[in-house]
Design a protein around this ligand. Sequence first.
Ligand code: DAH
Length: 342
Amino acid sequence: MLDQLHEMEGRALAELAGHKTEQALEQWHVAFLGRKGALTELLRGIGRLSAEERPAFGQEANRVKTALEKAYEDRALTLKQEAALHQLAREQVDVTLPGRPIAPGFLHVSTRTLREIYDIFAAMGFQVVEAPEVETDIYNFQLLNMPPHHPARDMWNTFHTTHEGVLLRTHTSPGQIRVMLEHCPEPIRVILPGKCYRYEQVTARHEFMFYQVEGLAIGEHLTMADLKGTLASFARQMFGPERKVRFRASYFPFTEPSAELDIDCVLCGGKGCRVCKNSGWLEILGCGMVHPNVMRNGGYDPACYTGFAFGMGPERIAMLKYGIDDIRHFFANDLRFLQQFV
Ligand code: DAH
């Protein structure tokens, strides 16, 4: 019996050393130490031993049981540690791998165009000033020589708010009044960039939000010649020194006389094409001499001071410059479009 016990112990230990999985370990435990396992089997035979042999066998069986339990625990622990080491090795970070590059950001084509405009006007002494996007009817229309019900208001489809008389500015022109009231009677040379909003059906040529750059110069001897020189110079710096320019008579309530500035078509050079609708000319901005009423509304005496003003859309300018055929591209946030202007 003792021989059998020792043979079983030897076999159990040998088998245990070969087991590599938790499942195999459990099966081993059942086979040797379980309720129907080898050790229990042997203990059942104790009855066949003589009274003198029994205590020694019992003691030895207990030692074997403890030894096997201990061996089992040790093996289980070893397996666990091996698994952990394995996992660590597998999950090791290779610090020598090349990093993932962070894609650098870039400027939006509207921002780039705005900055080009700032640079050109800065060189001619114009400062950049900002004005509110949420405006009142008074600044957006009335002080610009458009009393309530003035028909010229139809030129701007307006987003009104639930506050009576408060609206989203339809153009940057109300900024003219704000700058005048702040600086009168000093001379002024500013550009006012910013977003404008219009209650428009969005199409290839119309957005409900877009940028404008307003310009305003006020002094004691400014004439239409100053307006023409300044804006012709701007157009040639923006679109190329070879550009022809023409001032075409127009109407705005806040200027008198008013004009629109055209350049010869950048695409066909004036021969006529799809972009210039066969006219040979592209309209790039509106302008004029500041109306005496607007002068007065800004605190300047029109008998002593004159001024010129202009307003342009940088998106429109970028469209003409880069041949973009749809204004909706600008704020659709499609990188395939935006990345072309890096
Ligand atoms: N505010 C005009 C518009 O949105 C543009 C404009 C025209 C501005 C003539 C001016 C100007 O300052 O003199 O259509």
